[in-house]
Design a protein around this ligand. Structure first.
Ligand SMILES: [Zn+2]
Length: 280
């Protein structure tokens, strides 16, 4: 996608320091490992790509809040978010690997871990593992409502994490089912999630609103790659005014209750905000 690149660890540290100087206060990391296997070994390796990146970023920009995506799909040879047996995802067997991944991120210096796998019981498993490893202050931002969505397409190419068989619909949510989303959020809060994340963003503003209204938790929204790609392509074709359209979308997230917006536009939005709102 235009404006989106994979970074080496050094580049990630440099870009993070620049972003911090511009006013950005948090980053969310995804790793692309040098090797993938059936146990996602690089997801929780002490010298895994994310673990090294967290340490490098914390050195380059100590005040920058570092959030790490906790999942296994980018590290699995088959591209699924859990351990696979035959064509089944083994929910409970995957929890241990997710917990180990979260602890390894905390050890590297991550402030917030963000489990995105959608396995049942993972918030509880991660909290217990973090506490046992003496990281009681590490925050869990749970992807509590993550819908199976066509809007993730560009990210999967960028992160090289498309599933090699089947799809993720057995663990991601049915996009027609809002009640299930509310149940998943309630469960994650019971399991002691500190923050809730809704993903994707624009097609799910109703879910964001309901979650914020019902639970009054710190709630984040993920403005995903497909949403970025749509507006970016339209702007590049001269069909939309990018700044006005993006600011309208960001305003919609805030209006629907978002406390935090994960977006590819963060560094562009910041000066737009400082120079006076919508640009219309
Ligand atoms: Zn995943």
């Amino acid at each position: 996608m235009p404006g989106v690149s994979q970074f080496t660890i050094e580049e990630a540290a440099d870009e993070s320091a620049k972003a911090y100087a511009e006013g950005i206060r948090s980053v969310l990391l995804f790793g692309i490992p040098s090797e993938k296997n059936e146990r996602a070994g690089q997801a929780y390796a002490e010298n895994g790509v994310v673990q090294r990146a967290v340490r490098a970023i914390k050195k380059a920009a100590p005040e920058l809040l570092v959030i790490t995506d906790v999942c296994l799909c980018e590290y699995m040879s088959h591209g699924h978010c859990g351990i696979v047996e035959g064509t089944h995802i083994l929910n409970d067997a995957s929890l241990d690997l997710l917990a180990r991944t979260a602890v390894s991120h905390a050890e590297a210096g991550a402030d917030i871990v963000a489990p995105s796998d959608m396995m049942d019981g993972r918030v509880c498993a991660i909290r217990a593992a973090l506490d046992a490893a003496h990281f009681p202050d590490t925050i869990i931002m749970s992807y509590a409502a993550k819908f199976a969505s066509a809007f993730y397409g560009p990210f999967r190419d960028a992160a090289e994490s498309a599933p090699q068989f089947g799809d993720r619909r057995t663990y991601q949510m049915d996009n027609a089912n809002a009640a299930e989303a509310l149940r998943e959020v309630a469960t994650d809060i019971e399991e002691s999630a500190d923050m809730i994340l809704i993903k994707p963003g624009l097609p799910y503003l109703d879910v964001l609103w309901r979650v914020k209204e019902r639970f009054a938790m710190p709630t984040a929204v993920y403005n995903v790659s497909g949403e970025y790609a749509m507006l970016k392509a339209a702007a590049q074709n001269g069909w939309l005014d990018e700044r006005a359209a993006v600011m309208e979308a960001m305003t919609a997230f805030k209006r629907a209750g978002a406390d935090l917006i994960v977006t590819y536009w963060a560094r562009e939005v910041l000066p737009w905000l400082e120079n006076g709102v919508s640009g219309r």
